[in-house]
Design a protein around this ligand. Structure first.
Ligand SMILES: Cc1cc2nc3c(=O)[nH]c(=O)nc-3n(C[C@H](O)[C@H](O)[C@H](O)COP(=O)(O)OP(=O)(O)OC[C@H]3O[C@@H](n4cnc5c(N)ncnc54)[C@H](O)[C@@H]3O)c2cc1C
Length: 394
């Protein structure tokens, strides 16, 4: 086996999954993560599809089941908190063969992280500032001033990937914005009369609230913005001000929820965008997860697909005995067409994702349950929520 010494940027879903499989295949991964520790809290994800198969091969299904957030339904509510309809989430899960979870993104990463052993080195609180490729490897400079040698570097550092910027160029060359912003944060359980999973929507603005634990609530807001907003990504005060401007006057429990924003520790605010690239590798550097193929929250599958990509990348490196030219080529040939279809599917939802009129809202509230858990559900779930990809055995 050659090229065993591999640096991964990012301890998200793609990063820890890649480290897991590299370790199992006899490589020596190191993860550099900019956060001081594994990120906690955050939003809930639907976890199903072929990523579930990867999780099964990792033996982590019981751990995921123990952390899943179970709901019977998601209820659409009006500004007076009355029910306008619901999606039967239990039925959706059963149509997926009960091979599906709702789980916090951070819990999924943590479950995988706990399966890593001393074969994976972690460097928290640092980032890569320079990658210099040479004949036999990469000299990598870290933000803590340390310069280290690695055989290969993988950017698994998300939508705003640092490795992608260093090796391929600025984000604007690859980002496709889809007209929405998302904001999410955790706060203490302050309501007793809000249903466990509520969705309050007015045209162009949606607010979902759910309970990941008996004492906690999480809000996920998605709103329409035709143009990309101008703000500094480090300026959370400005981002919170934008959220207040968009949600301040819309009623329901928004004032109380917005009042929790300043005391939260996991504020998230970002555009809904995809990443599209012609190729994912430059010499000894490649990308995984959202960094190269972000399908966006419109797909509802980014995490599971990040796991599949990481599984394939590690597997192809093993199959090629560490020959990165062959492995990176195979990884792209196998996975890129599949993820490309997923991105297209997500794009087809972009214009209808959030109702923009009262009529659209009424149609959504009236028919959402019929489509997802009623008469058409089998067809819908086969078409949009299941994957035909069969995993290779490595
Ligand atoms: C609101 C929302 C809802 C979603 N819902 C779903 C869903 O229902 N189902 C689903 O499957 N997916 C969902 N997704 C998508 C999913 O969260 C992502 O696709 C998935 O997290 C991608 O994993 P990743 O490891 O590639 O990136 P990330 O999870 O973003 O992880 C990247 C990691 O890299 C680190 N990092 C960033 N920059 C640097 C740097 N410079 N140096 C070092 N480390 C760095 C970050 O701190 C982070 O730990 C949703 C996304 C959003 C935003």
């Amino acid at each position: 086996m050659q090229n065993k010494n591999i640096l991964i940027s990012g301890a998200g879903i793609a990063g820890v999954t890649l480290a897991y499989w590299l370790q199992r295949h006899g490589f020596a991964p190191t993860i550099v993560e900019q956060a001081p520790r594994l990120r906690e809290g955050g939003y809930m994800i639907d976890f199903a599809g072929v990523g579930y198969d990867v999780a099964e091969r990792m033996g982590i299904i019981p751990d995921l089941a123990a952390r899943q957030i179970e709901f019977d339904e998601m209820t659409f509510v009006d500004r007076d908190n009355r029910s306008l309809g619901a999606i039967n989430t239990r039925k959706v899960r059963s149509l997926l063969g009960d091979r599906a979870f709702e789980i916090l993104r951070s819990d999924l990463a943590d479950v995988i992280y706990r399966r890593l052993d001393s074969g994976t080195e972690f460097i928290f609180g640092a980032t890569i500032t320079e990658i210099a490729q040479h004949g036999s490897g990469c000299s990598v400079t870290l933000s803590n001033g340390v310069v280290r040698e690695f055989d290969l570097v993988v950017g698994a550092d998300g939508l705003h990937s640092n490795v992608r910027r260093l090796a391929f160029g600025p984000e604007k060359n690859f980002e496709k914005y889809y007209g929405y912003y998302a904001c999410s944060y955790t706060f203490p359980k302050i309501f007793t009369d809000v249903r466990p999973f509520s969705n309050y929507t007015i045209p162009g603005r949606q607010m979902m609230v759910y309970e990941p634990a008996p004492d906690k609530m999480v809000v996920l807001m998605v709103f329409t913005s035709r143009e990309k907003l101008v703000y500094d990504h480090r300026d959370t005060a400005r981002q919170k001000q934008i959220v207040r401007e968009v949600y301040g006057e819309i009623g329901w429990r928004c004032p109380e929820i917005l009042a929790q924003m300043d005391s939260t520790s996991d504020f998230y605010f970002d555009p809904v965008s995809q990443i599209a690239m012609d190729h994912w590798s430059e010499g000894r550097v490649t990308l995984a997860g959202d960094a190269c193929d972000c399908p966006s929250l419109l797909s509802g599958q980014g995490s599971t697909l990040a796991m599949v990509g990481a599984y394939m990348l590690a597997g192809e490196l093993k199959a090629a005995s560490g020959d990165y030219v062959q492995a990176f080529r195979e990884y792209e040939q196998l996975f890129k067409p599949f993820i490309g279809e997923k991105q297209k599917l997500a794009q087809s939802f972009a214009s209808s994702f959030l109702p923009q009129s009262r009529l659209g809202l009424w149609l959504r509230n009236t028919f959402a349950n019929a489509v997802l858990s009623g008469f058409f559900s089998g067809w819908f779930i086969r078409k949009y929520m299941t994957d035909k990809l069969k995993l290779k055995d490595y």
